[in-house]
Design a binder for this molecule. Structure first.
Ligand code: HEC
Ligand code: HEC
Length: 148
């Protein structure tokens, strides 16, 4: 094969490899950024802090947190959330007492303190950012039997 032909072939291979299939689909979360490129997501701002308890979309949904929690210490020595939300503290803190489910071990036995399964609150409860959803969502919640 002549060098000229080889170069032509290599050029063609490079051209085919660089062509992106145009599917017409754009991921709202990524924008037009190619999947092998990192996106530059908007920075987090201040979480919503309006103290308004939000309705739940289905029974057994962990309620979202309606106040800021920046810098709250949660480690093996101290749990800032329990400072207000522990059932023994809510008389003074006026926070919503954590539900009895948080005091059950996995065998269903009632414990005198919050179960280790529920110790790291933000595994399940999250604050909210004041932003519009980037993708449409037609989910309709089922009214909870408890009415919450
Ligand atoms: C200084 C006291 C205080 C601390 C600390 C605190 N909270 Fe709260 N929390 C409240 C109060 C009071 C409310 C009731 C709504 C309001 O005023 O914001 C509340 C509401 C909530 C709710 C909403 C409950 C519902 O049924 O809608 C969740 C969930 C929650 N807090 C989780 C947390 C978590 C998780 C932490 C730790 C990261 C935490 N809170 C730390 C006082 C506190
Ligand atoms: C494994 C997930 C999980 C963890 C961890 C967890 N929760 Fe919850 N939480 C839930 C769910 C689910 C509900 C709603 C159903 C229920 O009450 O059990 C709830 C309900 C609550 C409520 C509302 C109670 C009411 O009567 O309306 C508060 C307040 C709360 N949690 C606080 C906390 C705090 C504070 C912690 C950390 C000490 C915590 N939770 C850890 C899942 C969790």
């Amino acid at each position: 094969m002549k060098l000229r032909h080889l170069l032509l072939l290599l050029g063609l291979v490079a051209l085919v490899a660089s062509a992106q299939p145009d599917t017409g689909l754009v991921d709202a979360a990524r924008g037009p950024v190619a999947v092998n490129q990192p996106t530059d997501p908007p920075r987090l701002t201040n979480a919503v802090n309006d103290d308004v308890r939000r309705p739940r979309n289905y029974d057994m949904q962990p309620p979202t947190i309606p106040h800021r929690v920046d810098g709250y210490q949660i480690d093996k020595n101290f749990n800032k959330c329990l400072d207000c939300h522990a059932r023994a503290k809510t008389e003074f803190s006026l926070a919503i007492p954590i539900s009895p489910t948080h005091y059950l071990d996995r065998a269903g036995k009632v414990l005198p303190q919050v179960s280790t399964r529920r110790y790291f609150c933000m595994q399940c409860h999250v604050t909210q950012e004041p932003v519009l959803p980037i993708v449409g969502n037609a989910f309709e919640g089922v009214p909870a039997p408890s009415g919450k």
